[in-house]
Design a protein around this ligand. Sequence first.
Ligand SMILES: [Zn+2]
Ligand SMILES: [Zn+2]
Ligand SMILES: [Zn+2]
Ligand SMILES: [Zn+2]
Length: 134
Amino acid sequence: MTDPKRPAAGPTWAQVCKECGQPHGGQENHLYEYQDEVDDELVCHICLQPLLRPMDTPCGHTYCFQCLGNFLREQDFCPVDRQRLQLHQCRPSSLLVRNLLDKLSVTCPFQAQCGQSMQRCDLQPHLHNSSYKE
Ligand SMILES: [Zn+2]
Ligand SMILES: [Zn+2]
Ligand SMILES: [Zn+2]
Ligand SMILES: [Zn+2]
C-alpha cells in the first residue's frame, strides 16, 4: 500500500470483481458509481441502490435478486410490507425495467486512468477491452 510507484488510485485489476471493476465479496451486489440521481422507483429497498437483477414480489415490490435472496434466507416476509414471501414466488422484473436500469450512467471505477462514463450495461465490456488487466 505504501509502494510509491503505485498510483494511489484504488485497487488493481487482480483485486476487483471482473463484472463491475470494484472490490466486493462474492455474495454481495456489484458496486457502481452512478452519475445521476436515480428515480426512487428503480431503487432497491434493501440496499438502497439502483436495482441489480430486479425481482418482483407478488405483493408488488421489487428488490435485487441478491438482496432478496440474502434476506429470505433468514426471513419469510417482504421487507417493506411484511407480507409472507418466498423466493420462488418472485419473478424477474419486466424487460422495460431492466432496460431502464441498464441505461443508468455509471463511471468507470478506474478513475485515475480512465474515469469515462457509460451505460451500466456497457461497463463490463469496457473493462474487458481496457488495459487495466495487468
Ligand atoms: Zn462486481
Ligand atoms: Zn438491493
Ligand atoms: Zn411487499
Ligand atoms: Zn475505463
